[in-house]
Design a protein around this ligand. Sequence first.
Ligand code: ADP
Ligand code: MG
Length: 561
Amino acid sequence: MSKQQFQTEVSQLLQLIVHSLYSHPEIFLRELISNSSDALDKLRHLTLTDDKLKSLVGNGIDAPRIDLTLDEENKTLTISDTGIGMNEEDLVAHLGTIARSGTKNFLAQLSGDAKKDSNLIGQFGVGFYSVFMVSDKVEVLSRKAGEDKTFKWTSDGKTGFELEEATGDDARPTAGTTVLIHLNEEGAQYASGYRLQEIVKKYSNHIAFPIFLTYEKSDWNAEKKESEKSRVTEQVNAASAMWQRSRSELTDEDYKEFYKSITGDWEDPLFWFHTRAEGTLEYTTLFYIPSKAPMDLYQADYKGGIKLYVKRVFIMDDSKELLPPYLRFVRGIIDSEDLPLNVSREILQQNKVLTSIKTASVKKILSELKTIASNDPEKYAPFIAEYNRPLKEGIYGDFANRDALLDLVRFKTTKADGLTSLAEVKGRMQPDQKALYFITGGSESMLRNSPLLEIYKKKGIEVLLLDDDIDEIVFSSVPKYGDLDLKAVNSATASEDLKDETAPEKSEELKPLLEKIKAMLGDAVKDVRASSRLADSPSVIVSDEDEPSARMRQMMRAMGQ
Ligand code: ADP
Ligand code: MG
């Protein structure tokens, strides 16, 4: 037997989880069941694609199922699955260290607010450790599919863990993992069959595999007029791929519950879009918009939110190929009837079927959002509060859907209270206005006070205030909104538009003055010119149009361009 220390981050994390999630200890069950479900998904996929494992089905690999076994008297609960299992190295790597880079961010983002923090647990994949909220001793017995040794990992969740080969009764006859939990004082409330059923239904009802519960059931015996106890095994979840059911059969509650079970989010989603495509390609998609943007939205190593299934068989999640990067906040599933089961991440990039599904999915998501935006602006507002910025990335990166995205994004302007759409700004144009104008390059208050806006104010022209750091790069790439030109207020053509025809041409007259100012400023400026774009201020500094600013170049790199 070897005693090993947890990686420092693990110990730190354990402490934090136990302390920050104390008000929701029941999520430990959801986390363990989802791990079992993942393990079953992985094995099912392999038994369909790997000949060696295929031959072991029925002989070392059992039918997929999850078993919860409660020992009320001894206050133990086991969660057992017939999934992929773990060998010695896997146990050390997955349960003893935190391999994921996201976990450090997780630690940094813990807020002490239990509800918020428990959301993070699912997002950063630190789920297993939540078991130590309800236990001071956990044993994991696991046998990896295709191997014959069982290993036993034991820990108190404080300092480290012990690892040894399991023998005798502990050795598993077939592949899979058993987590044996000795419930502590906090966990004692879960030594109840009814309580466990309730929790499984709440969080894990749509897990695709059957979950059985073995417990002490009391039944009322009408003849004897007393309750009788008997040990029973019952299936406790619906175990259906809910997205395959028709929309008319499903309630809002079904959708919300499924969303929570796949994301670990506590909050209801803002919207969902459920589509079944039939025809040349057959597939089902179910997309959700979370009510809060995922924590890793602006991290380069963000996790993709879409799970890919082929004919109900889980293939992969966390793939960045399933939707374009700017829709990385969307959660949900794509289930295709036409893809091969052994589709790899590399193949996905060039797969025609998937490319078509992806193109159609993006169109679907954007058109559904447009419908909400026009029918129900109040429902749309919280969406914009979270996702305006990723949509702007789309304007820059997704040329084919640029027009749709321009209609979805919302703007601050010199005239609107709050946010407004381009269509509305267009509707408020002055009769002789030639284009839509925007200003970039600073904070909102800086922009509002810019002398460049004076002439626009004077003429009653509404100007878009683009104060987001990516606006400059995004909107310098968009020449038009529909048939209208979109122009920066400091562009030469914008000042051409606004030229006051009645004002006398003063350039000649001003030449000596301009020469003098230029000589004084020297290398600090490129040029000094007379301008008709100011109304009250004597002068303004503008940047040269053709030169992308240093900040813009930096942004381009950050966006992977
Ligand atoms: P996540 O599920 O997000 O990866 P967890 O902390 O829940 O994070 O689990 C850590 C890892 O431990 C899993 O990724 C998986 O590799 C392994 N693991 C946990 N439970 C099981 C199980 N029942 N069967 C096989 N592997 C498991
Ligand atoms: Mg997990």
